[in-house]
Write a protein that binds this ligand. Structure first.
Ligand code: PLP
Ligand code: ZN
Length: 398
């Protein structure tokens, strides 16, 4: 069943609906299968390992093997910060971001519903993922991107997988408003994270973390927050496994935002349940350059219910953390993803995070998504003649 998170109104899983008809609030899918965790043993490591928890027809699944991403113990960085650190590398998904998990379920649902056109507004990764999964399913696809603000890798993916790519003269929030209006007229099936089936796929990040840890929770999960779907989804997944008695404890959900786009952190600091949208959001981390997050209500609930936290980081802190992770652990992520590491550093410094805490940072997208930012952060290659003597000089100075 689909249920309104504010007034509790209920809708059928077969209904195409994005917001509550009674009160206008956002919706969630409810599913609580009665299974033992033993059924997961011996299954291949993709997000469909947990298919009983996915509200779609197993025979229709559209997949490119999303999920089952690396869960890396980071001793060097963890020891430096005085915590036990794991990094969940979502850049290893088929199109290079966690959005693939949500898109696999969302596109499967689109096929079940028999729609022929799907669409989204996007800061980049949603469009890259939707374009690929629509291609896999044979659906028509239209994506709206804020002009000039989409990282190069993401734009290349959306175009190359054959989506109709529209460059919108406006920011993400405005593009989303436009495409949502089209969806409400029934012209396309909307696959932004206001679509509750997207979050059903993304909750598998929570499943994998507790499975990877041997059926227990870390002390804390830290991740970047933009449209606020992912933090809501991961908390939903963790709660479902808790309710099924697969785990006993719960992690504190810790959402990091950029200083120039931080409506969730602002609300958290006031203890508020609702956000005040940020006009003209700005940050180098374009994937979280969002002023009016659609899933704010769910995200704030996740933070409060889990005794979690929210903090902001500057663009400089984000870019520093991006480089730190790349150079101390060999893990290359795009700027938005590095805000989880930047947030960890800041919260250790402020004393909010205790020494020795077991932390999982989710790094949401791959370094190559945004090659321009990566290149701009480095010095130019040294140009030399192709002779041994010049090479030796450089090696001596290394
Ligand atoms: C979408 C995205 C985010 C933000 O996730 P939300 O669910 O919108 O909060 C963060 N990082 C990357 C790389 C993303 O693609
Ligand atoms: Zn309602």
């Amino acid at each position: 069943m689909i249920k309104c998170i504010s007034c509790g109104a209920e809708y059928s899983l077969e209904e195409i609906i994005y917001t509550c008809k009674e009160c206008g609030s956002i919706l969630e899918v409810l599913i609580q299968p009665n299974v033992s965790k033993d059924i997961f043993e011996c299954r291949k490591s993709t997000m469909w390992k947990y298919k009983e928890f996915m509200p779609v027809n197993e025979s229709k699944i559209i997949s490119i093997q999303e999920g089952g991403t690396p869960f890396i113990k980071c001793n060097r960085l963890g020891d430096d910060l005085g915590v036990k650190l794991y990094v969940k590398v979502e850049g290893s998904n088929p199109t290079g971001s966690f959005k693939d998990r949500g898109m696999s379920v969302g596109i499967t649902k689109a096929c079940e519903l028999g729609v022929d056109t799907v669409g989204c507004a996007s800061t980049g990764n949603t469009s890259a993922s939707l374009a690929a999964y629509a291609a896999r399913a044979g659906l028509k696809c239209i994506v709206l991107l804020p002009s000039g603000k989409v990282a190069l890798g993401k734009l290349a993916q959306a175009m190359f997988h054959g989506a109709e790519v529209l460059s919108v003269n406006g920011n993400f929030d405005e593009a989303l408003e436009a495409v949502t209006a089209l969806a409400l007229e029934g012209r396309l099936y909307l696959l932004n994270s206001i679509n509750p089936f997207r979050l059903e796929g993304q909750k598998s990040i929570g499943f994998e973390i507790v499975d990877d840890l041997g059926w227990r929770s870390p002390d804390r999960i830290i991740l970047p927050v933009g449209n606020a779907g992912n933090i809501s989804a991961i908390w939903k997944g963790i709660r479902e496994f808790h309710q099924a008695s697969f785990i006993e404890d719960l992690p504190r959900m810790t959402g990091i935002q950029a200083v120039g786009a931080c409506p969730i952190t602002n609300a958290f600091r006031k203890g508020a349940q609702e956000i005040v949208p940020v006009e003209n959001p700005e940050t180098v981390a374009t994937a979280i350059r969002i002023g009016a997050p659609v899933s704010a209500l769910k995200a704030l609930r996740a933070i409060y219910e889990s005794d979690g936290y929210s903090e902001t980081v500057t663009d400089e802190e984000i870019l520093d953390a991006q480089k730190l992770l790349a150079r101390s652990e060999g893990i290359g992520v795009e700027p938005a993803s590095a805000s989880s590491i930047a947030g960890l550093r800041k919260l250790v410094d402020s004393g909010e995070i205790d020494r020795g805490e077991e932390i999982v940072c989710i790094v949401t997208g791959h370094l190559l998504k945004d090659p321009n930012t990566a290149i701009n952060a480095c010095k130019e290659p040294i140009s030399i003649e192709a002779d041994v003597e010049s090479l030796k000089k450089i090696l001596d100075d290394l």
